[in-house]
Design a protein around this ligand. Structure first.
Ligand code: PBG
Length: 335
């Protein structure tokens, strides 16, 4: 009250709404649910194989029989989808394993869809796990003599892979190669072969990132020479990311992705606001490994920071979260 009895503008007290768990619950803006989660899995040849991935504790290269068990458990936990990667027996310059009828991913898809038909199977469509040189496409010599990935020759392989995945029963195909025009090429190929209803989740804004380190161990796919900077985007470029997303939508992408996640949440927000599309983030291997390493040292609490992170993805606008923590998050949410 002023001296004259007139009420002053009240002091803002945001803490009023933080006073009790019930109040905090009532005003909470963002929630994470198991419905958003996708668990990545790695299939390899063999039987009874569970080969631990050193830099990604709790993750394994799985033979198809083991992968099916894992898929059952994931489904039981309520996680709606898995994202499949394959580590083939043999690699070559043309990535033949990527589109072989009885390739590792195709075999894994059939087995999972057979055993757990309700679980959505998303397949990563790329060549880097299948090429001897570890690049995401066909390598050719440029005019100046340097080596590079041949964009248009690679499109053909990607389209063939996507169709082979769909034939094996994949519910969604997810191209991660960053070639120009790949969404259009895949869409056309799927439509021509009777898979008009198979959605494309495009890794639309995918950056050349240091955060993929552990994945390349897991998938045995590091480039044998050079790097991926002639096809993946530079981390400095946000407007360019929006142009990439716009192109993929124009070419027929049904879901768009930003990858990696943590250092790119500004783009998740911009993509969601600009396009209003179903938007995915990929919480990549390096983001996983950092927290695992710190938690192992007792430097932070894994569950606390993971839930904080998942909530941040949702707050930024992500509808779909691809994360190696999918099973843990599902368990924590159920507890
Ligand atoms: C294949 C692909 C990569 C990842 C997903 N798909 C590796 C890369 O582009 O080098 C990375 C996923 C992760 O780090 O968890 N192109």
């Amino acid at each position: 009250m002023s001296d004259f009895g007139i009420p002053q503008f009240p002091v803002a007290r945001p803490r009023r709404l933080r006073a009790t768990p019930a109040l905090r619950r009532l005003v909470r803006e963002t929630r994470v649910s198991t419905d958003h989660l996708v668990m990545p899995l790695f299939a390899r040849p063999g039987k009874g194989v569970r080969r631990p991935i050193a830099s990604m504790p709790g993750n394994f290269q799985l033979s198809v029989d083991e992968l099916v068990k894992e898929a059952r458990e994931i489904h039981k936990l309520g996680v709606p989808a898995i994202l499949l990667f394959g580590i083939p027996d043999k690699k070559d310059a043309k990535a033949s394993g990527a589109y072989a009828k009885h390739g590792i991913v195709q075999t894994a898809v059939r087995a999972v869809k057979d055993a757990v038909p309700e679980l959505l199977v998303i397949t990563d469509v790329c060549n880097c796990e299948y090429t001897s040189h570890g690049h995401c496409g066909i390598v050719h010599k440029r005019r100046d003599g340097t080596l590079d990935v041949d964009n248009d020759a690679t499109l053909e392989l990607l389209a063939k892979s996507a169709v082979s995945h769909a034939k094996a029963g994949a519910d969604i195909v997810a191209p991660s190669d960053m070639m120009d025009g790949r969404v259009a090429a895949i869409r056309r190929a799927l439509d021509k072969t009777g898979f008009e209803q198979t959605p494309i989740l495009s890794y639309a804004a995918k950056f050349a990132s240091g955060f993929y380190g552990p994945f390349r161990d897991a998938a045995e796919s590091p480039p044998q020479f050079g790097d991926r900077r002639t096809y993946q985007m530079h981390y400095a470029n946000g407007d360019e990311a929006l142009r990439e997303v716009a192109l993929d939508i124009a070419e027929g992408a049904d879901i768009v992705m930003v990858k990696p996640a943590l250092a790119y949440l500004d783009l998740v927000r911009r993509v969601k606001e600009r396009f209003g599309m179903p938007t995915a983030v990929y919480n990549v291997s390096g983001e996983f490994a950092m927290v695992k390493a710190a938690a192992k040292n007792g430097w932070l609490d894994e569950r606390t920071v993971v839930m904080e992170t998942m909530t941040a993805f949702r707050r930024a606008g992500a509808d779909i979260i691809i994360t190696y923590w999918a099973k843990d998050v599902a368990r924590w949410l159920a507890a």
